[in-house]
Design a protein around this ligand. Structure first.
Ligand code: GLC
Length: 829
């Protein structure tokens, strides 16, 4: 095959990022612009556009259209996904993507039409139409509705500085169109009117609307007149999105290099779009169940006695907790994979003692490796030439925590393998999880690497411009893959700060260095919803805020939000006061305990939601607009969301609030605390004193519940409890269980239970069906039936009369014990 020359390989040898030394203060504004961008004013900028289509050829499920010079490939990926690629000079780059590991989707039946003025490529659900005269591309659904349409033909501009092209796509932006997604952007839920970019950045104490932050997820969902579609721009260079900011009628996305390659993902429901995005980029594996418990972190807990105190506090105060974290001070001079023996003389013993008390130990790892010839990791990396180099072949050096550092090139598979192997010792001493930090990559003073740093990019070499946004993802991939190998059948637990689309296959994430403020509480709630709908379901914020000091009230409200954060971890910076659930006095400690206990009660529900994500691609958190996309006002509802599809969480985000407005989506909802029932479709005012937070459960739900445990491994459940909520319409619920810590589920060693609840004024039925090979040890269920509209007179389990009591308790709940394998329970008047 002919070798394709990549634009970024034509890099100028000189370091273009640090070109001129000037004292900025001495310059006028105009001059500053010139200094920052030496190209401006040298040459008029000219963009080239696709011209009229001249020819087309088919190669299997791909159609290649050409205007005589440039080419566009349209590929049918599945019934609902079509990929578009542009090659300005007709040579497409080799197929390679970190986000989309393979494109072996089922190619549906498709149809090609050479029409009057247009070509079309259609599947059973979507048509891609190419206008012959102007090369505009549009997408149409089966109802004939055009959902997306080019405003300009795809275009490009030569990048004089680096070679290659800036590549652009400009589509029509419809008057009522709303936009969602794009990862961790700390801005309004609806992205309409915003211009945003993707360039992984270390953004300590970031502000509302600040952009870009730590991650690059070039995937958005459009919603227009009740129909949704998605675009995933699979390009790892710096990418930009303009959702009608510059021009209300234009929606543009573009990249500073690489190929214009995007996937059109059909809806019409937003949920369909997210699920289909996951068919491309993968879902999160099932986490070990302990990872869903409460985690306590701080920069840093040391020495060893501190950890024991902490553990003792949790257990003696009876506040559940599953994991304690070691931040950078556990290392010897911040050298990764070493221990500070003064603080931690015997890590194995300490970790074992913590483990005996039910705590997992998670440690931090950074990509910066200290330049020190007496340090084995550095020596090995240097000998094997694993560190990144500049274009002039000098090593990429920068200062991070340990001082002068070099950085592994994680885009090299051999380096990833080496890095993965370095965890052997940490695993041997008992470390249970690895927190991957500073992997944007962050460099003190400079921000990140200069653009000319070279990367192996899995055999598709390129500069840092191409590799920057995937560096962190490839680091955590190396960590995850290494741990998976070392731990054999045990599920690794990893967290990452930086990432690119697809990083969910390797890691959970947290939103980085936030601030202890009410504004950040809101931002965090939004970021988690947005990450969840952008393909990163296992996300959390630093509970309490990383920098600054929260009041006790703010911390408690954050713990409450934390119960409904897929990843629940409190963390704080080293220069702040200590911040544990008991730090704000006994009254708040009691409330914090109550909510952490709630997290543990809900664990089997939360775990089941993760299964639904893993298996079916459902997001874990769902903003209201994903439940009711037809209602325009829902595009702006960002202060409540569902966790899974049954529980509506309405965190209190205002200081001093003792109530809050809640919008209940259509259907009947139970107040979780009072069991009062409400017909949805409108807003209600709900009491929310500090010891409460509005939570609603959908009628018809079957919510599994654990007894309160101090950690997930404390004891085995002897009887499984389910909270059942009456409904007059049929509602399905899923419950998943397995060993909780292995990959046996991949061999069908799991149990997925489906419950169907339905009722009328005289009878309520609960049906159960079961799939999978796992057998739980318990034999009995306790069903707690809530909201019966009649006084129960009779109860049948698989047709046989139940001989236990049918008395309702003081909350009008009926409690029934049944064998776990029942097929049908009927409660009758
Ligand atoms: C970074 C991380 C933070 C961590 C600190 C020290 O700021 O974002 O979570 O505590 O580094 O390692």
């Amino acid at each position: 095959m002919e070798e394709v020359r990549r634009p970024e390989d034509e890099l100028d040898k000189k370091d273009t990022s640090e070109h001129i030394e000037v004292n900025i203060q001495d310059l006028e504004e105009e001059e500053i612009k010139f200094v920052n961008n030496p190209i401006v004013g040298l040459k008029p900028i000219e963009k080239e556009f696709l011209g009229a289509v001249k020819e087309v050829r088919q190669e299997g499920n791909k159609f290649i259209f050409s205007d005589g010079s440039a080419s566009v490939e349209i590929r049918v990926v599945s019934d609902e996904i079509i990929r578009v690629r542009l090659a300005p000079h007709s040579s497409f780059l080799e197929e390679f993507s970190y986000a989309v590991p393979s494109l072996d989707q089922k190619v549906a039946v498709f149809n090609f039409v050479d029409g009057d003025g247009f070509y079309s490529v259609s599947t059973n659900t979507v048509s891609c139409i190419i206008n012959k005269a102007n090369f505009h591309i549009s997408f149409k659904d089966l109802d004939g509705v055009v959902t997306s349409e080019d405003h300009l033909a795809m275009h490009w501009e030569e990048n004089d500085q680096f070679g290659g092209y800036y590549v652009y796509c400009t589509k029509k932006c419809y008057p009522e169109e709303a936009f969602f997604g794009l990862g961790d952007k700390p801005t309004d839920l609806n992205l309409r009117g915003k211009r945003l970019q993707n360039w992984n950045s270390d953004t300590y104490s970031f502000a509302k609307h600040q952009d870009p932050l730590y991650r690059s997820i070039p995937f958005y969902i459009s919603l227009n007149e009740g129909r949704a579609y998605g675009i995933f721009l699979d390009n790892t260079f710096k990418t930009h999105f303009d959702f009608g900011q510059e021009d209300r009628e234009k929606l543009s996305f573009w990249a500073d290099g690489g190929e214009l390659q995007y996937y059109y993902i059909h809806g019409p429901h937003m949920m369909d779009v997210v699920k289909r995005y996951h068919t491309l980029t993968g879902t999160h594996a099932l986490p070990p169940i302990w990872a869903l418990g409460y985690h306590q972190c701080r920069w840093s807990y040391y020495p060893e006695s501190k950890l024991h105190d902490l553990a003792h506090n949790f257990r003696s105060r009876k506040i559940p907790c599953d994991a304690l974290y070691l931040d950078i001070d556990y290392m010897d001079g911040y050298r990764c994979f070493t221990w500070n023996k003064k603080y931690f003389p015997n890590p194995k013993k300490m970790i074992k003692e913590l483990a005996d008390d039910g705590f997992k130990t998670v440690v931090i790892i950074d990509p910066g490796i200290k330049v020190d010839d007496n340090y084995w990791v550095f020596k090995e990396g240097k000998e094997k030439k694993y560190f990144c180099r500049r274009s002039d072949d000098y090593f990429m050096e920068g200062h991070v925590w340990p001082g002068r550092c070099q950085f592994p090139d994680f885009t090299n598979p051999e380096v990833r393998q080496w890095w993965g192997g370095l965890f052997q010792e940490l695993v041997d001493v008992g470390v249970a999880g690895v927190w991957n930090d500073m992997n944007e990559p962050a460099v003190f003073g400079k921000g990140t690497f200069p653009d000319d740093v070279r990367h192996q990019y899995d055999g598709h070499r390129g500069s840092h411009r191409k590799a920057h946004n995937v560096y962190g993802m490839q680091m955590v991939r190396a960590t995850y893959t290494g741990l998976k190998k070392i731990q054999k059948n045990k599920r690794p637990f990893t967290i990452t700060r930086a990432g690119y689309s697809g990083v969910q296959r390797y890691s959970s994430c947290w939103t980085g260095d936030n601030v202890a403020s009410w504004e950040h509480l809101k931002i965090g709630s939004l970021q988690m919803q947005r990450l969840s709908m952008s393909g990163l379901p296992f996300a959390g914020t630093d509970i309490g805020g990383f920098s600054g000091e929260p009041t006790g009230e703010l911390f408690t409200r954050w713990i409450q939000l934390g119960v409904f954060s897929p990843f629940m971890r409190a963390h704080s910076a080293g220069d702040t006061a200590e911040r544990e659930p008991w730090s704000f006095g006994p009254e708040l400690e009691a409330i914090n305990r109550k909510f952490i206990e709630l997290r543990y009660k809900l664990l089997p529900y939360i775990y089941s939601a993760f299964w639904e994500h893993h298996r079916y691609g459902f997001p874990i958190l769902r903003p209201v607009v994903m439940l009711e996309q037809d209602k325009p006002v829902n595009r702006y509802r960002e202060d409540e969301f569902t966790f899974g599809d049954k529980i509506l969480a309405c965190p209190v985000l205002e200081e001093g609030a003792t109530s809050r407005k809640v919008y209940l989506p259509k259907g009947v909802w139970f107040n979780y605390w009072t069991l009062e029932q409400f017909e949805g479709g409108e807003e209600i005012l709900v009491d929310a004193p500090l010891d409460s937070m509005p939570i609603f459960v959908k009628a018809g739900s079957v919510v599994p519940e654990y007894p309160v445990m101090q950690h997930t491994n404390e004891f085995e459940v002897e009887e499984m409890k389910f909270q059942v909520y009456y409904s007059a319409t049929e509602v399905n619920s899923f419950y998943f269980e397995d060993h909780g810590d292995t990959f046996a589920y991949e061999q069908d060693i799991y149990m997925e239970k489906k419950f169907v609840v339905n009722g009328d004024k005289k009878c309520m039925t609960i049906k159960q069906s079961v799939e999978g090979l796992f057998t739980p040890r318990y034999e009995m269920y306790e069903l707690v039936i809530n909201g019966l509209p009649f006084k129960p007179g009779k109860l049948l389990i698989d047709g046989k009369a139940y001989n236990g009591s049918l008395e309702l308790n003081e909350q009008n709940r009926l409690i029934v014990k049944t064998p776990k394998q029942f097929k049908q329970v009927q409660v009758m008047k």
